[in-house]
Design a protein around this ligand. Structure first.
Ligand code: ADP
Ligand code: MG
Length: 177
């Protein structure tokens, strides 16, 4: 039998500050070995969310887009896990290449956040948390893409969906409180 999945949680996020706050709260639900996959177009807020995750985990170093380095390791300031922030856009083949990156850290001891990882990093673990960030206006049933580059405070629709046993008992709805 395939591993059961967690429930889907939907949130509305109205500003970059709120997105960062969501990251700080989500960090409290994470533990070493967790893989978080962020999906959303350029400017959706993936890096902003990851910045909050880094704050919540209490890690060293500024969280910025790892586009050119592919992956950046943020060591813990205290006794929490390191944060490994990956931009998989230029990774061709998934797991092998992730291991080839020679990150000086054990992935099973880290929280791994991957942008642009669809179809590339699922094999890292059967259990993962998907975070979809939609830069849309309109209703859920008839979304309209927000035109142009992002402005200061725009609405984002965030959908969280845990895959695998790990996420069945995690109550992601606390994130909307
Ligand atoms: P990505 O990593 O998905 O490309 P970033 O986090 O780098 O996106 O950038 C998001 C951009 O959108 C920033 O310029 C930010 O100020 C803007 N923005 C506006 N509204 C929001 C919101 N509700 N949540 C996140 N970012 C927002
Ligand atoms: Mg980014």
């Amino acid at each position: 039998l395939p591993a059961p999945d967690g429930v889907t949680t939907r949130l509305t996020v109205n500003s970059p500050d709120q997105m960062q706050e969501l990251g700080r709260r989500l960090a409290k639900l994470l533990r070493p070995g967790d893989l978080v996959m962020l999906t959303g177009e350029l400017g959706a807020g993936k890096t902003t969310l990851t910045r909050g995750l880094g704050e919540g985990l209490g890690v060293r170093g500024a969280v910025t887009s790892p586009t050119f380095v592919i992956a950046r390791v943020h060591p813990p300031l205290g006794d929490g896990p390191p944060l490994v922030h990956v931009d998989a856009y230029r990774l061709g083949g998934g797991l092998d290449e992730m291991e080839d990156l020679d990150l000086d850290v054990s992935l099973t001891d880290s929280v791994i956040v991957v942008e642009w990882g669809e179809g590339k990093v699922e094999e890292l673990t059967e259990e993962r948390l998907h975070v979809f960030i939609h830069r849309t206006v309109g209703t859920a049933s008839s979304p309209v893409a927000t035109p142009g580059p992002p402005e200061t405070d725009e609405v984002r629709h965030v959908v969280l969906r845990g895959v695998g046993e790990r996420w069945v008992s995690v109550d992601l709805s606390v994130l909307s409180a």
